[in-house]
Design a protein around this ligand. Structure first.
Ligand code: ZN
Length: 374
């Protein structure tokens, strides 16, 4: 058996692959950062009919050890159909097994969203959803960061911003963006209404270096972009500087920052209630967004992060920074690496397809709320 990770978003270290019942592996930290949790590798030369057990020996030292209990790893024979496999965690190692049906299989922490698919998505947005490429940012390593705009009515007054995958291991975030762009290719009354009143600004992938390198949390400089919004720099977080410059030019009437959460098995949102300037109007919009999305999609507000005390928000987070700067509805939307336990799917857990459906429900919710956003 040969184990490889020399491809887009690959991450694994092979310690000892001699025993198929105990293939000993380790997760590789992000470049210039101690964070690790993401994995993605290919195992080749499997014997169909044989059971293989992989052991992520340093899972107990990863960034979010609470992410492992109840988590099941993903496998695929074709990199399209991903399914969950038997997994267990003993406080040190995450072990998972596959009864091989084919000689080659891929394994990942979540269904990977490739750079190739990203390029196709941007083309699809422009050619089929009528998006304009407003500008292209550059990551530290020179990868493109497209900023797309959907403008159907030049008189539309609201500017709605949605950005994804600041944390590069959170691949569900770009699946969400694909769902958004696919829905924008359709015509329906809700969309028409939304786009009569609003322009959408979309950044499908904020952190292409980290995603390509198989990072969990940071860019090529080891910077957590979602802790860089108070004081971004050209040297360590040009990705954030780029988006902030265009926000200043265009204005912001709504901000959604799309993420994945390692530990909590639900879709949920975090607001900016701890901001010094958090207003009653923002609180009203947040409550309405939560209520209306819960009616439409796989979403809930019972489980999530503890709410910040008034004035105690961490202003380095995108959601808090943008909410305070523009006094708008601003939310971090979190999807699980595990499953949405209100509607579990034993075969796939939370998945790219479910992230895409959630995006459609978010667009419907925004359509119902668009006039009130300012
Ligand atoms: Zn995140």
């Amino acid at each position: 058996m040969e184990i490889r990770c020399d491809f887009d978003s690959g991450n694994i270290q092979v310690l000892d692959a001699s025993d198929p019942q105990d293939v000993r592996l380790a997760l590789r930290p992000d470049l210039n950062s101690p964070h690790f949790q993401w994995f993605h590798f290919c195992a080749d030369g499997l014997t169909p009919g044989q059971r293989y057990t992989f052991d992520l020996t340093n899972a107990g030292h990863s960034s979010y050890t609470g992410g492992w209990p109840g988590y099941r790893a993903l496998a695929s024979y074709d990199q399209r159909d991903w399914f969950r496999v038997d997994s267990s965690y003993d406080g040190q190692s995450l072990r998972f097994s596959l009864d091989a049906e084919q000689p080659r299989a891929w394994f990942a922490y979540f269904e990977p969203y490739s750079r190739e698919r990203h390029a196709a998505l941007v083309r699809q947005a422009i050619e089929q959803a009528g998006a304009e490429l407003v500008a292209t940012g550059r990551s530290i390593e020179g990868r493109d960061i497209p900023l797309l705009r959907i403008r159907r009515n030049p008189q539309a007054t609201r500017k709605l911003w949605l950005i994804a995958q600041q944390h590069p291991g959170e691949h569900m975030a770009e699946w969400f963006m694909e769902g958004l762009i696919e829905r924008l290719q359709q015509k329906d009354a809700e969309l028409d209404y939304l786009l009569q009143h609003a322009e959408l600004y979309l950044v499908p992938n904020m952190n292409p270096d980290g995603a390509f390198r198989g990072h969990l949390r940071t860019n090529a400089a080891g910077t957590d972009l979602n802790r860089a919004w108070a004081s971004p720099s050209a040297e360590t977080s040009p990705e954030v500087l780029f988006v902030q410059a265009h926000m200043r030019q265009q204005g912001v009437d709504l901000f959604l920052d799309i993420h994945g959460d390692e530990e909590i098995p639900y879709v949920f949102a975090a607001g900016c209630e701890g901001n010094p300037g958090y207003s009653e109007r923002q609180a009203y919009l947040e409550a309405e967004f939560r209520k209306r999305l819960e009616e439409r999609g796989e979403f809930q507000s019972l489980h999530g992060y503890p709410r910040s005390a008034p004035g105690k928000a961490n202003m380095t987070l995108a959601c808090n920074h943008v909410g305070e700067t523009y006094q708008c509805l601003a939310l971090t939307l979190e999807m699980p690496f595990k499953d949405h336990d209100l509607a579990p799917d034993a075969r796939t857990g939370w998945s790219g397809a479910r992230a895409k459906r959630l995006a459609g429900a978010v667009l419907s919710t925004l359509s119902s709320l668009v006039e009130e956003l300012r």
